[in-house]
Design a binder for this molecule. Structure first.
Ligand SMILES: C[S@@+](CC[C@H](N)C(=O)[O-])C[C@H]1O[C@@H](n2cnc3c(N)ncnc32)[C@H](O)[C@@H]1O
Length: 259
């Protein structure tokens, strides 16, 4: 976080902060900009933000019903494999995803090729399923600022941003090695063509005079894609990796189109 923030443009006060791959929103919630557009392709995730913003009390009541038990977990997990899923309301859907995130193995959001959640039960003693202070703080932030929530492909978001925007991009990372190719946040994951499409969208931002900062893995392919940009290598800690030895400090790139 300190490396990312240090490389952001100075004087961002009056601009709109745009985060097209918002995920858990680590950078958004650190900065807490007054004007922001946030987006993610994952509709379950954006539904969580919408419900936290608009239906906080009902969400907290629903979350309190969940149990940290294996059979119960798999019952909730398998809902997206049945026709029951379409009948769930937005509050129940948001509650399900928060519950699965808090009780699954390593908090890993993972879906199979059919888009069905498939992380196993985490067997934690006391997971914080209902984190009321954080939910309330996020709800307050989303309601007391001008934050637009979008659910689509990043390219559509970037096409429509105004000149007075700053864009932070944290896409699915390009794998450094064959064994680390987990990019399954959304059905299909990302390949080299997806990374190249993003680089073209970054070229377009540059042509329009819009500043961006992008995070990605320190792979040769990414260094080559962005060879015309300012690239800084930083150390990052990774807590989610199937291989325990690879959790820890690794190199990552921060790429920007300004000094
Ligand atoms: C590396 S994560 C972002 C993590 C985030 N910075 C955080 O603090 O949690 C990448 C995100 O990009 C989203 N994503 C994948 N493909 C996308 C696309 N084509 N358009 C928009 N979002 C996409 C995934 O759903 C995932 O949430």
């Amino acid at each position: 976080m300190p490396s990312i923030v240090a490389l952001m443009p100075k004087n961002m006060k009056n601009c709109t902060y745009v985060e097209p791959f918002v995920g858990g929103g680590a950078v958004l919630f650190y900065l807490q900009p007054k004007n922001a557009i946030i987006n993610d392709f994952n509709s379950e995730l954006i539904n969580v933000y919408e419900v936290v913003k608009n239906n906080l009390n009902e969400l907290i009541i629903d979350l309190k019903q969940h149990k940290n038990e294996s059979d119960y977990f798999y019952n909730i997990r398998q809902l997206d494999r049945t026709s029951e899923f379409e009948k769930l309301g937005k509050i129940q859907r948001a509650s399900r995803i928060i519950y699965l995130n808090k009780t699954c193995f390593n908090g890993l959001y993972r879906v199979n090729n059919a888009g069905e959640f498939n992380s196993p039960f985490g067997r934690y003693k006391n997971p914080n399923i209902v984190n009321e202070p954080v939910l309330k703080a996020v709800s307050y932030y989303l309601n007391s600022n001008n934050i637009e929530l979008l659910n689509g492909d990043y390219e559509d978001v970037l096409k429509n941003v105004s000149d007075n925007s700053f864009v932070y991009l944290d896409p699915p990372y390009h794998p450094i090695s064959e064994s680390s190719n987990f990019t399954g946040y959304v059905q299909g994951g990302w390949n080299m063509f997806d990374q190249a499409r993003l680089r073209e969208a970054c070229d377009d931002l540059t042509n329009r005079g819009i500043k961006f900062l992008l995070s990605n893995s320190a792979s040769g392919f990414i260094k080559d894609q962005y060879r015309n940009y300012n690239i800084t290598t930083v150390k990052a800690t990774r807590t989610i990796n199937s291989d325990a030895d690879k959790r820890g400090e690794i190199d990552e790139l921060l790429i920007r189109n300004y000094e």
